[in-house]
Design a protein around this ligand. Structure first.
Ligand SMILES: [Zn+2]
Length: 267
């Protein structure tokens, strides 16, 4: 984990892994520290849509932009726990389309995903310079957003043999208690998920979302070496990351994950 600037912002990245070290590729997973928000938004909440004070959120964005690579535009979504993936190109107008994934082959655009326990999933083909960012909670994972994301990447010019994926800070099997019935739905839809669902207390099960996503990515043709997990369980590390479960299921702040290629002109 890197600590940046005076405010104590943290960015999880992957270092020493081929594609992620590509010049002009920017990516990272911000934590919750270093912001100005209070209460359940303490402190680096970057969502304007969870009830936080807009002026404080603006201050948080200034701090984030100060330590991000110099992207010209940052694209965000109205995330709805679905599997719609938008292609973000030169004509991006700053709107927040409804959906849970974005891909781009346009330098200068950062694709940004908000989470607080769900899995932020970043993809890159460093040679084709195609990037993708996805939001994978249980609904999106069950509906197959990992494989859909890979397809959208290849449609945008990426080669499946070169795509690398990072699964960012998100709730772990240690803490992600769900109804056993949901665990059964996972194993019915994705047989390999059986090893990712553990018995819990009573009628509950413990679900390993990043594990299910990893298996789905492998089933779709990625090699295990192309997939990495970055960062801890958000609920276990809730002093460093927003975690809805740690907040007792209430709406809380949201942290930002991003990926994109820096425009040549942007330095
Ligand atoms: Zn945990």
């Amino acid at each position: 984990m890197e600590t940046t600037a005076d405010y104590g912002l943290t960015i999880e990245t992957t270092q020493g892994r081929g594609a992620w070290e590509t010049p002009r590729l920017g990516h990272g997973f911000f934590g919750r520290t270093g912001g100005a928000s209070r209460g359940r938004f303490f402190s680096l909440n970057l969502s304007r849509h969870v009830g936080d004070d807009p002026e404080t959120v603006a201050i948080n964005w200034q701090r984030v932009r100060a330590v991000m690579p110099p992207f010209v535009r940052i694209a965000t979504l109205n995330q709805v726990h679905g599997v719609d993936v938008h292609v973000i190109g030169d004509d991006y107008d700053g709107a927040r389309p409804s959906g849970d994934g974005m891909v781009t082959a346009t330098p200068g655009i950062a694709l940004a995903i908000f989470t607080a326990d769900c899995v932020p999933m970043l993809m890159v083909d460093a040679e084709a310079k195609v990037a993708g960012a996805f939001h994978a909670g249980w609904r999106g994972t069950l509906a197959g957003i990992a494989g859909i994301g890979l397809r959208r990447m290849t449609e945008a010019g990426a080669d499946l043999r070169r795509i690398e994926v990072l699964l960012g800070p998100s709730i772990g099997r240690c803490c992600y208690e769900v109804d056993a019935e949901l665990g059964r739905r996972f194993t019915a839809a994705w047989p390999r998920a059986a090893s990712r669902v553990a018995p819990g207390r009573g009628s509950k099960a413990m679900l390993d979302l990043r594990g299910v996503l990893t298996d789905q990515l492998k089933d779709a043709g990625l090699s295990p070496e192309s997939i990495a997990q970055v960062g801890p369980c958000t609920r276990c590390a809730s002093e460093l990351f927003f975690s809805r479960r740690a907040a007792g299921g209430q709406t809380c702040g949201l942290q930002l994950s991003f990926i994109g290629f820096i425009d040549g002109a942007a330095g």
